[in-house]
Design a protein around this ligand. Structure first.
Ligand code: ADP
Ligand code: MG
Length: 406
């Protein structure tokens, strides 16, 4: 047994979800990704003196949607705070966030680890605004700044330190991406930074119960890199402890080129930010009707559909996994299952014939020309032996694709 096996890794995440609102959190600037630098800005997002923030209703609605889907308690009276720090990507000199009284409290998210299920507890979810983007690798002697992202609405999901491996983090983030897409609160694109996380990592001897000092690896928006970074950090911290040295509580940057972490800055404590109540925004009051209305309009969630497909429909975990990848695909299958109860056969049609024709045409299931009812009729004809399967998939199906109204 190696010395590394006598330790366990403890990880807690701070997940940032960029919301799919049309305008920013506190002003009407466009939030579309990829605009020419500094074109989606205004006096508010540039932090000009005398300008005032105005709350975006959609941000609140999206926060509640996600909170309800994650079993959080919704805080009916929540407030904003200022988090002060002086950095070029933050023109106001402070970030508007929620510290003392965030919109969602507690909560949990169940992840699948092979045959096992594990519940990750959430500490809270709060609303905040994003900062701009500093670019250091274009001009040799200058840093450039793009403020298009300054003020874009975010949710931050803070988990309890419940993860024990990089793989668990990967599974959680992948499931979170699927969830935010189902809820249509974010596009979930990690490459564009719409979903990213800070990983807090510490190690301790197996059997110990107290938590040791942690390091925080900032802004992971690739799960491959997050896995590498956590594994590197795990080994680095164990090596330090084995030498009898202390792990300094730092904020770290991960460099994909070298696969190593390096200190970005010393970890700030809450008092460094001089949090105080945001005087320019009033508190948010959420009525019971408002919450009930959002709750009643939630779509079916990935795990509910998964349970239904493996349970009631008797499908394999593999089929259920693939059928529930996106909400629209799963809903098409649900409609199809209204016409034919031969779930396994329908699943095969969906995952083979339908999926490959979508892939070939680069088409979204929403644009798929054959209705679930018509596809159901075709499947029934095959199962009753009226047409053979090969003729159905190779001749009739392509014909129906071309002439869906026939
Ligand atoms: P801060 O506000 O200083 O960033 P928090 O207590 O709010 O600290 O925790 C932030 C994140 O760090 C949470 O996701 C939490 O689960 C995680 N965390 C806290 N302590 C540890 C630890 N010892 N090891 C690993 N993760 C930790
Ligand atoms: Mg933190």
């Amino acid at each position: 047994m190696s010395i590394y096996d006598t330790y366990e890794t403890i990880i807690g995440l701070e997940v940032h979800v960029q919301l799919a609102t049309k305008s920013k959190a506190f002003c009407a600037d466009d939030t579309t990704f990829g605009g020419a630098p500094n074109t989606h800005v205004s006096v508010v997002s540039l932090g000009h003196p005398g300008t005032l923030p105005k709350m975006n209703k959609k941000q609140v609605e999206f926060a509640v949607r996600l909170g309800l889907a994650l079993n959080c308690e919704i805080n009916p009276r929540n407030t904003f705070d200022r988090k002060n720090y002086f950095y070029a990507d933050l023109p106001k000199g402070y970030q508007i966030t929620q510290d003392a009284s965030p919109i969602c409290l507690g909560g949990s998210f169940e992840i699948k680890l092979g045959e096992e299920k594990k519940t990750i507890r959430l500490h809270h979810i709060h609303m905040e605004e994003d900062a701009g983007k500093l670019i250091h690798d274009i001009a040799p002697n200058h840093s450039l700044i793009d403020l298009n992202r300054a003020g874009v609405p975010l949710l931050e999901i803070v988990t309890e330190p419940d993860f024990r491996s990089a793989e668990e983090v990967d599974v959680f983030m992948t499931a979170m991406r699927q969830l935010v897409r189902y809820l249509e609160v974010s596009d979930g694109n990690m490459e564009e930074g719409s979903l990213r996380c800070d990983c807090n990592v510490s190690v301790r001897k197996k059997g110990d119960t107290q938590l040791n000092e942690r390091c925080e690896i900032k802004n992971m928006n690739s799960m491959r890199y997050a896995r590498q970074a956590i594994k590197f950090e795990q080994k680095r911290q164990i090596d330090l402890m084995e030498k009898g040295e202390r792990v300094a509580q730092n904020t770290l940057n991960f460099d994909p080129a070298t696969g190593t972490t390096s200190p970005l800055r010393q970890k700030e404590d809450a008092h460094d930010y001089r949090y105080f109540p945001e005087p320019d925004l009033c508190s948010i009051h959420l009525s019971e009707e408002y919450l009930a209305n959002i709750k009643n309009n939630l779509p079916p969630l990935p795990n509910e559909l998964y349970e239904k497909f493996t349970g009631k429909y008797g499908l394999s975990e593999y089929d259920a996994e693939n059928l529930t990848e996106s909400l629209d695909f799963a809903l098409y299958f649900e409609k199809l299952s209204e016409s034919t109860k031969n779930y396994k056969t329908s699943a095969n049609w969906m995952l083979n014939t339908v999926k490959s024709s979508l892939n070939d045409g680069g088409m979204h299931i929403k644009k798929f020309p054959i209705t679930p009812k018509r596809l159901g009729e075709l499947i029934i004809l095959v199962s009753e032996g009226k047409i053979n399967r090969q003729a159905a998939t190779q001749q009739l199906f392509p014909l129906m694709m071309e002439t869906p109204d026939l």
